[in-house]
Ligand binder design. Structure first.
Ligand code: ADP
Length: 196
């Protein structure tokens, strides 16, 4: 199985690059943000509780997203691999993901981090907010709160993967296709190392 983590702050381009990676490698896309928004649309109790936090730019509790990922892994046992987008966002989530994948006799091959500075992120998210309708993309203060959550709680996840030799950083500003090619190179290198 080819399991990837696509990592980076809000607005780094994870969703855009995920779509291209899914097409290239036939992976199942697991975005906890999308899964939570679908719970909100369906009006579930989990969705209602998550919405209160998401509307403030705060992370939802680890056990909520870990439970959702666990269900999806079980539902897609025959997948060629998974692309994790917006997950793991805390070190306990990363530890839980390792344990879940080990249970399915597989593991993360590489974690690719898209690096984009805060000014560019803010610009992109405000533009996205005009068309996506996402409330958390339409308010500059909320965008800063999300980036702060990322710096405080999510950035340490990079060190977690670095200690496993799986962390690869890529500049996330520039041509979408060139960024995609750079990601693919990291995946191919990691795959060649596995085969050796
Ligand atoms: P973005 O990365 O653009 O902010 P996401 O769609 O990934 O957007 O996430 C939107 C919101 O959903 C986050 O601000 C957070 O409240 C919640 N969320 C998504 N994934 C997670 C996660 N793995 N852990 C905790 N909260 C999450």
């Amino acid at each position: 199985m080819l399991n990837l983590v696509l990592f980076g702050p809000p607005g780094a381009g994870k969703g855009t690059q995920s779509e291209k990676l899914i097409a290239q490698y036939q992976l199942v896309h697991l975005s906890t943000g999308d899964l939570l928004r679908s719970e909100i649309r369906e009006g579930t109790e989990l969705g209602l509780r998550a919405k209160m936090l998401m509307d403030q730019g705060i992370l939802v509790p680890d056990e909520v997203v870990i439970g959702m990922i666990e269900n999806k892994l079980t539902e897609n046992r025959s997948a060629a691999g998974f692309i994790f987008d917006g997950f793991p966002r805390t070190v306990p989530q990363a530890e839980a993901l390792d344990a879940l994948l080990a249970h399915h006799n597989t593991e993360i091959r590489v974690m690719v981090a898209l690096v984009v500075d805060e000014d560019e992120l803010t610009k992109r998210l405000l533009i996205r907010g005009q068309s996506s309708g996402r409330p958390d993309d339409q308010n500059e203060e909320l965008i800063h709160r999300r980036i702060k959550e990322y710096n405080d709680k999510t950035a340490p996840v990079a060190i977690y993967y670095e200690s496993q030799g799986k962390f690869k950083a890529i500049g996330g500003i520039g041509n979408i296709e060139e960024i995609f090619q750079a990601i693919c190179e990291k995946i191919e290198t990691a795959t060649a190392n596995v085969r050796q």
